[in-house]
Every structure is written in structure tokens, then in C-alpha cells.
Design a protein around this ligand. Structure first.
Ligand code: AMP
Length: 395
């Protein structure tokens, strides 16, 4: 059975916690501490219970090389500021020196290990490396949801060396929303898909054609479906290699009598940097030399109606190129409707890196039921798949 941090007596124990401190850095300073803050409930629970903690994380993609610009030193400084305690730091995650620092920790002390991915053994899930990591703690807690779908040494391999192991609060909340809630959703349930790449969301589309009551497809990926239905979408983004798949999905939805809601109008321009020709067009009237970069007013109205009648909403993928102000309105409007739906009692679950970034940009994280911190892991869970790091903790 999967245990959580609440299942353990933590007093005078050394707890090894895998976190996701893969935060953005600029000139050696953390520019967004969201992921560090998300891990604080678990860290504080250990400290308040009289445990010491050893924290491990990856940062960026050093690919097995020691890259000073990807050192966790600035992250340790930020963590110390947030917990208002000193943080011991080791410049190697598996050295004897690092292990000795961990063994010498007193209750209430924190030890941060250097970037796990300075070793290829981490991503290779190397058993010897896992064993060395395991020497840092007596209890293992995985709170790194962002890497939960990857079988690495610090989340999968390491688990085998612990009798006492489980998940932290952040991980628990992710599982609760992305797995438990959608197993028995309040209906109607609506899935909203957007973004640019269909192939990464195929599993989601297939699952939710079976399980959702309403399907909304916006963003760049809508154009591949519209073209597959024979529509002329001008210069809009079309994944030619996915046209056949898109057609199959549409046919399946028709057979199941489940309507997919596509955009009926768009905000189009010559390119994402073109500010002079930005204009709304009916979908069937997009000029040949323009491309759709956001959903239009009528689409917002149509999608909003569906959303306001939904009791469970799952959102993955922005409605347009929200990074550019002129193409941001559709994603913002849909986020607002979702926050209203949540206020009226619906469950709103947001997954995927770009969608979470949009919600964050609008300062609406607290207005959704749950905004997932992990793109790939949330896709796996929403698609109904198991996570290797969870299976490792159950074994
Ligand atoms: P994805 O990784 O598939 O979720 O795609 C996210 C990206 O899709 C964001 O960076 C958006 O800017 C982009 N996007 C959304 N709508 C469009 C569109 N109509 N045309 C091109 N890119 C888009």
C-alpha cells in the first residue's frame, strides 16, 4: 500500500526527501521560487516532528557533467530564506563527505545535496548510485511529482533500499486530484485541450472521448482536426503527420455521439510577431496568408456555456499563443470562466507546464481546485497510467 508522510514516526529520524527544485535561475539567482514553496509543507512537517532532513533534486539538464551554472547552491540560499534556517550544502550528492554530513545531522537540521544529474547514473537508474543515495536517510519520502513518470535512481531505484518510504504532501495532492477525483468525477465532466502538439495529448484525447461528457479542443491543435474535416485553415498550424489520426478521432467521437467543440472563429495574423494585421475571422474565412493564433469572441462564448454547465473540468493546453499579449485574450477568458465555475462548486484541474504557466501569469493558481506542477506526470495520470515512482514505493 502507498504510504504518506503522515504514516511515519519522524522523531529523531533522518528523512531523505526527493523534491523537484528544478527552478529557473538567472545570473545565479532563483527567479521563481514556486517549486521550492510547494515542497515546504513536507519539509516543515519533518522539522516540526523532530526529524532532520536531507534534500535531493535535479536542476536542468547537465547530462552527467558537473556544470557550475546548474549548481543547487542558489536554491539552497533561497530555501534557507524561506524556512528561516541555515541549510548545509554538499557539493556532491554521493561522496563520503556528503554522507558524513547527513549522518551528523541533529533534529531540525537541513542538508541539501548537489544536483543529482551531475551523474548519468541518476537518469540511468543505476543501482549502485541508488544505494549510495539511500545511505543519507532512514526514511525515504518522494515529493517530486514533476519527475514521477521517469524511472530514475533518486525516485525509483532508491526506494528498494528503504523499509519506511512514502510520498510527501505535494505528491499526495497531485494523486488525489489527477487520479482519485477523476475516477469518480461529478458529472458533467469536460476536458479542455489546447496547445500546439497533438501527439503528446493523444492518450488524453482517446481516454476522454470514452469518459468525458464534453470535449473542447482549442489552441493550435484544433487546426489539424479542422483541416482533417476538410476545412481551409489558411496558414494556421497543422501537423500533417497527424491528419489521419485526427480523422480517426473525429470518426470515433461521431460514432459515440460525443460532440467535440472546436473553435468557430479565430484571431489571426501573419505571424506571432505581427501586430499590424491582427483581426478576428470566422473559421471558414481565414485568409490564405494568415494563421489563427487565438480563439475568437464567439468561440469564447460557446466554450464558456459548456464550462459553466460542467461539474468537473480538466484543462490541458492554452487556447492560443498566450505568451503574446495580442493572442492572450482567449486563454485568459477561459481561465476566468473556469475560476467562476470553481467558485460555483465545480472541480477544476489544470495540468501541463504551459497551462500552469498561463494560470500563474494571471495570478489564478488559488482560483482553481488544483494546478499540477508536473507536465508529463500529470498527462500520464490523467491518461489512466501508473507512475513508476509510485509503484516503487508500493513494492
Ligand atoms: P503544448 O506544449 O502542446 O501544450 O503547446 C503549448 C504552446 O502552444 C504554447 O506555447 C502556445 O503558444 C502554443 N499555441 C497555442 N495556440 C497556438 C496556435 N493557435 N498556433 C500556434 N501555437 C499555439
Amino acid at each position: 500500500m502507498l504510504k504518506t508522510i503522515n504514516n511515519f514516526d519522524l522523531k529523531n529520524k533522518r528523512v531523505l526527501i526527493r523534491v523537484d527544485f528544478n527552478v529557473p535561475l538567472e545570473d545565479g539567482v532563483v527567479t521563481d521560487d514556486f517549486r521550492i514553496r510547494m515542497a515546504l509543507p513536507t519539509i516543515n512537517k519533518c522539522l516540526d516532528s523532530g526529524a532532520s532532513v536531507v534534500i535531493m533534486s535535479h536542476l536542468g539538464r547537465p547530462k552527467g557533467q558537473v556544470k557550475p551554472e546548474l549548481s543547487l547552491i542558489p536554491v539552497g540560499e533561497k530555501l534557507a530564506e524561506l524556512v528561516e534556517l541555515p541549510v548545509k550544502f554538499s557539493d556532491d550528492c554521493v561522496s563520503e563527505d556528503a554522507r558524513d554530513v547527513s549522518l551528523g545531522l541533529m533534529p531540525g537540521e537541513i542538508h541539501l545535496l548537489e544536483n543529482l544529474r551531475f551523474y548519468n547514473e541518476e537518469t540511468d537508474n543505476d543501482p549502485k548510485f541508488s544505494e549510495l543515495l539511500a545511505k543519507h536517510g532512514e526514511i525515504f519520502i518522494n515529493d517530486a511529482f514533476g519527475t514521477a513518470h521517469r524511472p530514475h535512481a533518486s525516485n525509483v531505484g532508491v526506494s528498494k533500499y528503504f523499509l519506511y518510504k512514502g510520498i510527501g504532501y505535494l505528491f499526495e495532492k497531485e494523486l488525489q486530484y489527477l487520479s482519485t477525483v477523476i475516477k469518480k468525477p461529478e458529472r458533467p465532466m469536460t476536458i479542455v485541450l489546447g496547445g500546439a502538439k497533438i501527439d503528446t495529448k493523444l492518450k488524453l484525447i482517446n481516454k476522454f472521448i470514452d469518459e468525458a461528457d464534453n470535449i473542447i479542443i482549442g489552441g493550435g491543435m484544433a487546426f489539424t482536426f479542422l483541416k482533417a474535416m476538410g476545412m481551409d485553415v489558411g496558414g494556421s498550424l497543422v501537423e500533417e503527420s497527424m491528419l489521419k489520426t485526427a480523422k480517426t478521432i473525429i470518426e470515433k467521437s461521431e460514432k459515440m455521439r460525443k460532440k467535440i467543440n472546436f473553435p468557430i472563429d479565430v484571431v489571426a495574423a501573419k505571424s506571432i510577431d505581427d501586430k499590424d494585421n491582427v483581426k478576428e475571422y470566422k473559421m471558414e474565412a481565414i485568409p490564405k496568408d494568415l494563421a489563427g493564433f487565438d480563439i475568437g469572441e464567439d468561440t469564447i462564448t460557446q466554450f464558456s456555456k459548456v464550462l459553466m454547465n460542467s461539474k468537473t473540468i480538466i484543462w490541458n493546453g492554452p487556447m492560443g499563443v498566450f505568451e503574446k499579449e495580442v493572442f492572450n485574450a482567449g486563454t485568459l477568458a477561459i481561465a476566468k470562466v473556469m475560476s467562476e465555475a470553481k467558485e460555483n462548486g465545480s472541480v477544476v484541474i489544470v495540468g501541463g507546464g504551459d497551462t500552469a504557466a498561463a494560470v500563474k501569469k494571471y495570478s489564478m493558481i488559488d482560483k482553481m481546485s488544483h494546478v499540477s506542477t508536473g507536465g508529463g506526470a500529470s498527462l500520464e495520470l490523467l491518461s489512466g497510467n501508473r507512475l513508476p515512482s509510485v509503484e516503487a514505493l508500493e513494492g
